[in-house]
Design a protein. Structure first.
Length: 422
């Protein structure tokens, strides 16, 4: 269909602290460089935007040497941790801010929803803001009038359409702002994490609308969200950012898997508490947890047909009334698979071990997250989220294996079902 967004060697630097260089001479050199259309000479001391390390300079590169193409009709998810540069990238594409170096070429009009109330004036009514926002997006008054009823109906704020938006809740703001951006006839729709403000019903409605915009109307969507399920449902392609750099781009499922794996790479080994900072309180401490086979040895490979267990060791330091052990298994996308609670009936001081056995032919071949908790009748004492990441594989030796469906079974569970012919 042709490229509608082309980004080449895009970089964006921000000055930390004071905006001046510290001397009149350097400020003058910077000014002259800008007049001559040359690169700022004092941005070269900048660093990669790694928020986990202390900066050694007063300039940071929020984006560095980004290159990608987006074609018409693509639904692209932009993924990365907080501080990766996602919002900065969207602001540059939406022309809210300019790049420091590089170029951005865009064909078509852009409708942006970067934060709650983008393009709205608080003193104007919802009705007036629809026309104002449409004009900002380059729409003619006749076009806005034609879409007006659809926008109001989708937003669900018809009762308050003639009320100043400064009296709207954040959820109502987002409802109206998204309705305007999605219904006005722009070729490119840019949506940041703002949908998280809305309720679950409206989020589902928005995702459905964006799907229609992309698939049926052939418009391009750029979507930023930390909800991997929403990203995978809506998008077909993805961009993975980290510390202001483009790590990879391609099929959305592969990009999401790469992002999740990078977040969980430290959790793949068995959990062992640090003696200097034990997890727990004055009543109970979690000591260790690991995956074991039927002989209580460390399990090496988990297959669909493998029976394996989670061995949990904890120490009670003060008398407890019947502590409960619980765990939650989730898919790698954090979709909950099942939650189990076990009443131990044991409250004596000392160390205790329990094994939670997972039966064979229960989990599908994919990655899972394990969350453990220890509770009493009082609030939760210990809750360690995503303590272990583990993977279930296809069993190459299984007598019931059907080669036609290897790696193609849907769902997070895969129980063995008994069939009876009648």
């Amino acid at each position: 269909m042709g490229s509608v967004i082309k980004v080449e060697d895009l970089s964006k630097a921000y000055q930390l602290g004071d905006f001046g260089t510290g001397t009149i001479t350097r400020d003058f050199e910077r000014f002259m460089a800008r007049i001559r259309g040359k690169e700022d000479p004092f941005l070269k001391i900048g660093e990669v935007n790694d928020r986990t390390t202390k900066s050694q300079s007063d300039v940071v590169w929020s984006l560095k040497d980004i290159n990608f193409d987006i074609e018409q009709g693509d639904a692209v998810g932009i993924i990365g941790r907080n501080g990766a540069g996602k919002s900065t990238l969207l602001k540059i594409l939406s022309r809210v801010t300019a790049p420091t170096t590089g170029s951005v070429k865009i064909k078509g009009r852009i409708a942006s929803l970067l934060e709650v109330g983008t393009g709205f004036h608080p003193e104007l009514t919802g009705r007036e803001n629809i026309f104002l926002n449409g004009a900002i997006l380059g729409m003619r008054k006749a076009e806005i009038k034609r879409k007006f009823d659809e926008i109001v109906d989708f937003s669900g704020v018809e009762r308050y359409i003639d009320t100043p938006v400064k009296r709207y809740s954040s959820g109502m703001y987002v409802r109206l702002a998204f309705a305007v951006a999605a219904h006005l006839e722009s070729e490119i729709l840019v949506v940041d994490e703002v949908l998280a403000v809305g309720d679950a019903e409206f989020q589902k409605k928005c995702l459905g609308k964006m799907g229609d915009v992309s698939q049926e109307e052939g418009r391009t969507i750029l979507f930023v969200s930390h909800n991997m399920l929403a990203v995978q449902k809506l998008c077909t392609k993805g961009l993975l950012l980290a510390n202001g750099q483009l790590i990879d781009d391609g099929d959305i499922d592969g990009i999401c898997e790469q992002y999740i794996n990078s977040n969980n790479q430290d959790l793949r080994s068995n959990f062992l508490a640090d003696d200097t900072e034990p997890i727990g309180d004055e009543y109970v401490k979690l000591l260790s947890m690991k995956l074991v086979d039927s002989s209580l040895e460390d399990v090496k490979d988990i297959y669909v047909t493998t029976r394996f267990g989670f061995l949990i060791e904890y120490e009670i330091t003060n008398d407890l009334h019947s502590p409960d052990l619980s765990f939650l298994i989730s898919s790698i996308n954090e979709d909950k698979v099942f939650h189990v609670v076990h009443e131990t009936g044991n409250y004596t001081k000392g160390r205790h071990k329990w094994v939670a056995w997972i039966p064979e032919n229960l989990l599908n071949n994919m990655e899972y997250l394990f969350t453990v908790g220890i509770t009493t009748s009082n609030p939760v004492l210990i809750h360690v989220q995503h303590t272990i990441v583990f993977e279930v594989h296809e069993d190459p030796e299984s007598p019931t294996r059907n080669n036609k469906y290897i790696g193609k079974m849907h769902g997070t569970v895969r129980p063995h079902i008994n069939w009876q012919r009648l």
